[in-house]
Design a protein around this ligand. Structure first.
Ligand code: ZN
Length: 383
């Protein structure tokens, strides 16, 4: 017989709170009785948790529902702008930040050009982005969520390696936390995007999800059992620098033949002998054979990576996003699907849906906010 310890009581309380928040989020406005039915919690437990949520200003009464004989029940919902999070995306060309509410709505978006900015300068740019958003916030934000390219240690709040920022072992979490006295969450940008799909987007009803970003870099974010899976070293999904071609081209990481050298936006542009992705797109639409080869080869390589991911994880929901996915759409997606199907057992490929994500443009901002919300408010619980 296991005697429940204090810790497990605490965990149960937190679990219940997350469950109720998630139900309010998905089903609100909703009555206390319906929350109890949905969550299989007792009405007493629901009422206790509600008192806490009211005290924290997270829940409000929205009106009355239909009566089933007796008194019409009070309907409850999350207070949309009760809490705002600062979400940041430290992208290659642009640093984007926004105030994001509990519904994942962006309230105030700020973009700063970051091309060529690295090291200490990049850090100063992050500060000026946060300063602007702090000034714009109506109250104290819940915290700061940051999506950064490269390898990010979420637990330690350290950007371990971000080539385009020229950062190695930068304790960004600590630096921001001390400067603004707020909790800070960090994740890799592909992981943040997967979290955005899971918390706010089209992956919201699935416990398991893979979102693959194919842009200037290639990386996957993996949600397993309703949680962002980061692996032992926080680099889970970092598939862009796995070598896939014998004697392949030199990669930005210093090695050869990585997935990025054949599937990324840069690789496509180089193979198609064009300068920008927009140029490749124009050539592709004009049926230029080199552009077609480059784009479809990218799709095939991503398809093979998908086959491996399906074989390892048996996840049914795969979303593709990033500049390559949005530039070449269906024809590129078809080559991903064909190759994924050709390279895996029907038991995997028949069950899996591989689609283009219908992400909003600021998906990493949204994802980094989602990360902060999951950690501070517990929104990530699987249904
Ligand atoms: Zn590489």
């Amino acid at each position: 017989v296991r005697i429940p310890s204090k810790a497990t009581h605490q965990q149960t309380r937190e679990h219940n709170q997350r469950l109720i928040l998630r139900t309010l989020y998905d089903r609100g406005p909703i009555s206390r009785a319906d929350i109890a039915r949905e969550t299989h919690l007792t009405r007493t437990t629901v009422s206790d948790v509600m008192t806490v949520l009211f005290d924290r200003g997270l829940v409000e009464e929205i009106g009355r529902g239909r009566s089933s004989g007796g008194k019409a029940p009070i309907l409850l919902g999350l207070v949309r702008d009760a809490r705002l999070v600062i979400g940041l995306d430290l992208g290659v060309e642009t640093f984007t930040g926004a105030l994001v509410n509990l519904r994942g709505e962006l309230r105030h978006v700020v973009e700063l050009p970051a091309g060529g900015c690295s090291g200490e300068d990049a850090l100063e740019l992050v500060y000026s982005l946060c300063d602007t958003l702090m000034r714009a916030a109506p109250g104290q934000p819940v915290g700061i969520g940051v999506g950064a390219p490269g390898i990010v240690d979420s637990a330690g709040g350290v950007v371990r390696w971000a080539a385009n920022l020229g950062w190695q072992e930068v304790p960004l979490g600590q630096l921001l936390g001390e400067r603004y006295s707020l909790p800070v969450s960090l994740a890799n940008d592909s992981q943040a995007a997967a979290l955005a799909a899971f918390v706010f987007g089209e992956g919201a009803r699935t416990a398991n999800l893979i979102a693959i970003k194919v842009g200037w870099g290639v990386g996957a974010g993996i949600i397993l059992g309703g949680e962002l899976f980061q692996g032992d070293g926080f680099a889970a999904g970092e598939i862009g620098h796995v070598a896939v071609v014998e004697d392949g081209a030199a990669c930005s990481c210093g090695r050869y033949g990585c997935l990025e050298t054949v599937a990324s936006a840069r690789a496509i542009a180089e193979h198609a002998r064009q300068l920008t992705l927009a140029d490749v797109r124009a050539a592709f639409e004009a049926d230029d054979p080199e552009a077609r080869d480059a784009v479809l080869a990218s799709g095939r390589h991503i398809g093979r990576a998908v086959a491996w991911l399906l074989g390892v994880l048996d996840v049914h929901r795969v979303l593709l996003h990033g500049s390559v996915a949005s530039a070449f759409g269906e024809p590129w997606l078809e080559s991903v699907r064909d190759e994924a199907g050709r390279c895996s057992l029907p038991v995997f490929s028949d069950e899996a849906s591989i689609d283009l994500a219908k992400f909003p443009s600021n998906v990493v901002v949204l994802g980094s906010s989602a990360l902060l919300l999951t950690q501070e408010l517990g929104f990530s619980l699987a249904r």
